[in-house]
Each structure stands twice: as structure tokens, then as C-alpha cells.
Write a protein that binds this ligand. Structure first.
Ligand code: SF4
Length: 730
């Protein structure tokens, strides 16, 4: 946004100015657009400064001084995840930037932007939000600096941090600042965090619980015998026995609802004190304990406020925000978005926009609780769904207004494809629940798993004139899907475009239990249904499973077993990912502390094996791409170290060849192509083809036979799929 645009709108100033690390795309999938439209609907003038040059304060003065406050966001992703790979290497592109240009945002963008806006206009309140601020709200392990960092409130010096679904808190904060309230006095809004002097409490009715009371049971007193006579106490003297009867207190029998209401009342005035920043940065056990307590206090129905000391100050976290009701979700998504990137980007290609321009977000939140993912910590475990009419309206809007729409909606989804309108059977049970997942270790008996509302939505969406195809691109919770064969049939028959991506993430129970993912048997069950319904529909369709390498809990043996499973099932994966320890995820706690926060944490509690060294992580990743010659040297070395040299050879039962012409062939060709910028020359191919297998020492020094003639390679099932060549952009 520019001054000229402000003038065209007749604005002499903005009430709120948002600074974001993403390109400005006016669509509800982008945080800054959603917040901007939401505040605009409340009557405020909102300016947006997108991807400013952070080297000086000048670009932050572009729209003048905001009347109420600065709103700072790193964008839709944490800036460190956005800028660095899982191997801590700088990325060469940025999906949220025009033409995917890298380096348009700084490392730790929330902190850097907050510093610059203070320099630009000192004294204006600073409010930070977005996933980066949200997931760094307490002391947290930071993978990129390999240390525990303080809450982002300290580094950014922000006045207020808004975490989770921010709509309610934002509107409330804005109204109160506009009404003249000092931001430093706004201390009672759910979903906000701020710094206070150590020991501060909102009022004298509040009490403090040490976090160990949440996690570790205290001394257990023996039950008094209700039939015991005072005289039975032989040690008691007659004088004591003769004491007057204590005052009789009536026993009040409360209903479950009354008990829950009383507990809620008490919880509302209780703060749980976590171990301090200084303690968790030095003691991994206390870090894991703090992480566990933090996650146990995440249900808006029963979560208490949290407090954590950093030196002589406390970070105070109010209870998480209440989820939005369906009509509130509709209001947010029905706001008048332009549904386009800002016109100043011209024809620039913005990958994140291309990905979602024909897709519709139907819900928020996830009750899966996968430990490597932070969606639950950010969006919550309670599913917030839009109404059917609101979703159908958006599809029609895409049909009528989105450029180049050819009739295909690329996704009707959210964090998970098939949690739309699923919830706990009873509100009161949900409000008192402290489980970390509704579907792990088993699907909770209180969870409603009826997919009929989603099926109905798919059917109505397909019937919209001008819509030829509705695809489902969001990840599927397949253990849940198999509870509704009708849903799987609907999905497979109408909504799969040849390939369906699903994420078992691993095959081995040890690792899956650390991920809080279902066993591979659930995948097999879904696969059977998928194949059956594909045949019935007369369609040739395939499942593409996704896996994570080097996840905490995954040993070399686990990765080897996964590779053997892939080989047995003839999967040759191209895209694989290595575990990235993102802030606040439970798996990150395992990575950093080697403790399992899914259970009570003590000095002696379970140790979680974790691949931490670059070499081990590389070897784990190589197992997922066992078929690629570039990975064979490290796999041979690892297999020999594991005592599994028997898997090296050129037979069908081997995982990697002892030697194979294609290994050198592939390397030479790739190298030459790189150097010459084109295809290899015929003589180079001939040279490689003419080379004969020769005796070479096997890894580990053992004699290896001359490599057998390679057996005929089975094509990967993925290679049998005909895909359209990608259109080349001009
Ligand atoms: S009782 Fe079960 S379904 Fe309900 S919130 Fe808890 S885990 Fe989820």
C-alpha cells in the first residue's frame, strides 16, 4: 500500500498499520489480509506495509504514523522455516514473494520489524502476532541457533503478543486502545501475552500453582476410615478423646455440572507457573516438563493462564482464545477480499497464491495432535467450521471472478481434509478434556466421526454450474476416514485427480508412537478401500504416501525397515522431507531434550533416540530414496555399520547395489549436464556404456564379488502414471 492509495481513499492517516513478511495478497488464506479486512469491517483504517527493506527505518515511515498501534507479523510462516531448509541451508526461493525471490524478509522477522517501527515512530504501541510470535511466546528451543531462546516478547520489546486465532483479541484490543485505554493496562484478554514484573497477579483473588502440581502427583494421604472410633486411637490420651465434637459441616452433594462449573471458576483465577527461562535453558528435563505442561494447558475449555520467569520479569500468557462459532467463521471469510495479489506486483508469479487461488478453506484447527506439527498449538484442537452456504458462495465467487478459472476447485479443505464439523459428542466433556489428541492412541469413543456433512458439502459443491471438478488437496486423516466407507467412496469416486497424497509418515511403531500417528495397519486398511472404490469407479488412481526422515524416536533400524517397506511396495519417492524441529512442537522437545513429553517427565523417564548429526540425518533421508544412485554410498556405509551388509548387492532382495553402471552413468551425466548446461554428448554416454563391471572392494573392506548383471528393474508404480507436461512460464 502507498501514500497515493491512502489519498485515493481520502485517508490522512491509518489507525493501524500492519507490517508483514509476505507479499500482500488480499485473500483470507493470508493473515495480513484477514486481519486488515476484519478491522476495516469494524470501521478502522488499516494500512499494510509488505516486505519492507529492513536495513533502515525509512520504509516503515511510508504510510506515516499509525493512530492506534503497529501490528507486526512475520507472515504465514515462521521466518526461519521460510528462509532455511531442514539442513539449515539458506533456501533459494520464497513461495510468498513475487517471482519466488529469496531474501525479501529478515531472519526473525517479528523482532526485526518491531525494532524498526519503534525507530520510525517511537512511542506507538506495538502488537505482534502470526505463527512466528505465537509459537515463540514462551522460552523455546530454536533449531537454527541450537539453543533455548527467550520469549519473543523480550527480543521484540512488543507491548502485547496475540496468539492463536486472533480475531476476538484483535477486535477487543483495537476497540480499547481506540477508546483511550493504555495498552499496558490491557491484561485480561484471552489469547494475549505480555511482560510483567515478577510475581504480578491481576488481583488478590488469583492463586499460583507450581507447574509440578499439574504433572507430578503430590503426596497421597491415606483415606480416613469412616467407621473408626476415636477410642481406637491408642496413642490418644483421654483428654484428647474428651475434646468437644468438631463443628459439623453439611456435606453438599454436587452434580457433575456443578462440580465442573466450580472447577472452571477456580481455574479462571489460577495461573500455572512454569520453570523459568534460566532453568529450562540449562535443564533438559525441566524443559520437557514445561513443554508437557504447556500442551496440557491448551484446551480453551479448561486451560489456565501460564507464567514463566525470565530474570526479574515474568511472561504472562492468558488462557487460549475461545474458538469461533460457525457464524463468526462465516463473517470472517465473507469479508470483501479482492481475492488477488496487490496490483503493484503486475504479472509476477507468486507460488503461494498460485497454490490456493482456486481452493477453499472450509475449517480451522486439528484434533490430531501430530507431535511434529504446531497447528494444534496455533489454531487449537477444536474444529471451527464454516457453514455450507458460505463455502458454496466462495466457490461461486471463484468461478465468477478468479482469472483463468477452468472449472477445477483444487481443494476444499483446511489443516486436515476430513475433520469438517467433527467434534466431541458433548460440549461439557470437551471442556474438561486434557487429552493431547482425539485420535491417538485410539479414536476417542466420544469423538463424532460421522462424515455425512462433508459428503453433503462435496455433493452440493459438485453440482454448482460451471464447476467441473472438485479435488481434495489437503492431507487426509485416513484412520478417521475408514470409519466412514461412504466418505471414502465419495472421495475416491469423485475427488481424486489420479494421485492422492496421504501421510503415514513412518511404518515403525516406535517412531509412530513419538509422532502420535496411527500404525501402518490403518494405512493398509485405507489402501484396500481406496483400491476397491477406484476399481468400482473404473479409475486408475494411486496413493502417494509421505514419510519423514530423522524424526525423534526413529533409529537406523526403523529407517531401514521403512526403506524395505518402500521397496516391497515398489515406491520410489521423489519428494521426501527430513524432520525440522520447529518452535514449540512436542517432537522438537524430544529432539532437544531426548525426553518424551507425551508421558510424565522425570530424570529416569524414557530416553528418545534422535538423529541429530548431519551425517545421521542425511543417512536417514537417504533410506527414503534408496533407489537413487546418489544415496548408495552413504547407504552402503550405514548398512555395513549396522551389520546389514547382506542388503548390499544386485539381487531383488538387496536394498542397494554393490556397484551398478547407472551409478557412475548418472553421476557423470549429471555433472556434464551441469557443466555444459545441456544434455550429455553421445560419446560420453558411449564411454559409460562400454565400461565393464569390475571387482571393487565392498564397503567395510570385505571382498565383493564382481557385480552381477543388473536384474531388470521394476518400474515404480509412480512411473506408470501419465502426467501432463508442466506448462512453461514465459
Ligand atoms: S473426550 Fe475425546 S473426543 Fe472429546 S475432546 Fe477429549 S479426546 Fe476429543
Amino acid at each position: 500500500m502507498t501514500r497515493a492509495e491512502m489519498e485515493a481513499l481520502g485517508w490522512d492517516s491509518c489507525d493501524v498499520i500492519l507490517v508483514t513478511g509476505d507479499a500482500y495478497i488480499d485473500h483470507p488464506s493470508f493473515g495480513m489480509a484477514l486481519v486488515g479486512r476484519l478491522l476495516e469491517a469494524q470501521g478502522y483504517r488499516v494500512g499494510i506495509i509488505s516486505q519492507p527493506d529492513w536495513q533502515s527505518a525509512e520504509p516503515f515511515r511510508a504510510l506515516g504514523k499509525p493512530n492506534l498501534y503497529w501490528g507486526i507479523t512475520a507472515g504465514n510462516m515462521d521466518s526461519m522455516v521460510n528462509r532455511y531448509t531442514a539442513d539449515r541451508k539458506i533456501r533459494s526461493d520464497d513461495a510468498y514473494t513475487p517471482n519466488a525471490e529469496p531474501n525479501k524478509r529478515p531472519d526473525r522477522a517479528v523482532t526485526v520489524y518491531a525494532q524498526r517501527v519503534r525507530e520510525a515512530y517511537p512511542g506507538v504501541p506495538v502488537v505482534i502476532g502470526s505463527i512466528e510470535a505465537s509459537l515463540r511466546r514462551i522460552a523455546h528451543y530454536d533449531y537454527w541457533s541450537d539453543k533455548v531462546r527467550r520469549s519473543v516478547l523480550f527480543e521484540s520489546k512488543a507491548d502485547l503478543l496475540i496468539f492463536g486465532n486472533a480475531e476476538r483479541a484483535l477486535v477487543d484490543v483495537t476497540r480499547r486502545i481506540a477508546a483511550g485505554e493504555n495498552i499496558k493496562n490491557i491484561r485480561d484478554i484471552r489469547g494475549t501475552a505480555f511482560l510483567v514484573p515478577q510475581g504480578w497477579l491481576p488481583d488478590e483473588e488469583w492463586s499460583v500453582h507450581n507447574s509440578t502440581r499439574v504433572d507430578v502427583p503430590g503426596r497421597i494421604d491415606t483415606h480416613p476410615n469412616p467407621y473408626a472410633m476415636a477410642q481406637e486411637d491408642t496413642k490418644a490420651c483421654a483428654t484428647e478423646n474428651a475434646k468437644p465434637e468438631p463443628e459439623v459441616k453439611p456435606v453438599i452433594i454436587m452434580t457433575r455440572e456443578q462440580r465442573q462449573a466450580a472447577a472452571r471458576e477456580k481455574a479462571m483465577k489460577t495461573v500455572v507457573r512454569l520453570p523459568s527461562f534460566e532453568t529450562v535453558s540449562e535443564d533438559p528435563v525441566m524443559y520437557a516438563h514445561a513443554s508437557r505442561v504447556f500442551h496440557l494447558e491448551s484446551n480453551p475449555g479448561n486451560a489456565r493462564a501460564l507464567v514463566q520467569a525470565h530474570g526479574d520479569r515474568d511472561v504472562w500468557l492468558n488462557a487460549p482464545p475461545l474458538p469461533l462459532a460457525m457464524d463468526e467463521m462465516d463473517n470472517v471469510y465473507d469479508l470483501p477480499y479482492a481475492r488477488n495479489p496487490h496490483p503493484s506486483y503486475g504479472k509476477a508469479h507468486i507460488p503461494a497464491w498460485e497454490m490456493i487461488r482456486y481452493s477453499v478453506n472450509i475449517m480451522r484447527g486439528c484434533f490430531g495432535g501430530c507431535t511434529f506439527c504446531s497447528i494444534t498449538e496455533h489454531e487449537g484442537r477444536i474444529i471451527q467450521s464454516r457453514s455450507e452456504p458460505s463455502i458454496l458462495r466462495e466457490i461461486e465467487m471463484i468461478r465468477d471472478t478468479t482469472k483463468n478459472f477452468a472449472g477445477t476447485i483444487t481443494d476444499l479443505g483446511g489443516p486436515t481434509a476430513n475433520m469438517y464439523r467433527l467434534a466431541c459428542k458433548e460440549k461439557s466433556i470437551e471442556e474438561s478434556c486434557r487429552r493431547l489428541s482425539c485420535v491417538y492412541p485410539t479414536i476417542c469413543s466420544n469423538l463424532g466421526t460421522d462424515h455425512s456433512k462433508l459428503i453433503q458439502l462435496y455433493r452440493k459443491a459438485r453440482a454448482i454450474p460451471g464447476v467441473k471438478k472438485i479435488l481434495i488437496g489437503s492431507g487426509l486423516r485416513y484412520d478417521l476416514a475408514v470409519r466412514s466407507p461412504e466418505y471414502v467412496k465419495e472421495l475416491v469416486t469423485h475427488h481424486v485427480g489420479g494421485l492422492l497424497k496421504i501421510a503415514p509418515e513412518h511404518t515403525e511403531q516406535g517412531t509412530l508412537s513419538k509422532m502420535m500417528k496411527p500404525g501402518i495397519g490403518a494405512y493398509d486398511e485405507f489402501k484396500r478401500m481406496f483400491e476397491k472404490y477406484s476399481i468400482e469407479a473404473g479409475k486408475k488412481q494411486y496413493l502417494i504416501p509421505y514419510f519423514i526422515a530423522a524424526h525423534p524416536g526413529s533409529t537406523d533400524e526403523d529407517m531401514l525397515n521403512l526403506a524395505l517397506w518402500l521397496k516391497k511396495n515398489n515406491f520410489k519417492l521423489d519428494q521426501v522431507q527430513t524432520f525440522t524441529p520447529t518452535p514449540m512442537a512436542m517432537a522438537t522437545t524430544m529432539y532437544h531434550t531426548r525426553k518424551n513429553p507425551l508421558k510424565k517427565v522425570t530424570e529416569d523417564s524414557e530416553v528418545v533416540e534422535t538423529a541429530r548429526s548431519g551425517k545421521m540425518r542425511k543417512a536417514h533421508k537417504a533410506f527414503l530414496r534408496y533407489h537413487h544412485p546418489e544415496n548408495w554410498p552413504i547407504l552402503r556405509e550405514t548398512l555395513v555399520k549396522m551389520g546389514r551388509g547382506d542388503l548390499i548387492g544386485n539381487g531383488e532382495r538387496h536394498l542397494v547395489p554393490a556397484w551398478h553402471p547407472s551409478e557412475e552413468n548418472g553421476t557423470a551425466q549429471a555433472g556434464d549436464r551441469k557443466r555444459q548446461g545441456g544434455m550429455p554428448q553421445p560419446h560420453q554416454i558411449a564411454t559409460v556404456k562400454q565400461r565393464k563391471p569390475e571387482a571393487r572392494p565392498a564397503p567395510g573392506g570385505r571382498a565383493a564379488p564382481v557385480a552381477a548383471a543388473p536384474e531388470r528393474a521394476r518400474p515404480s508404480i509412480l512411473a506408470t502414471i501419465k502426467t501432463k507436461p508442466k506448462t512453461i512460464r514465459k
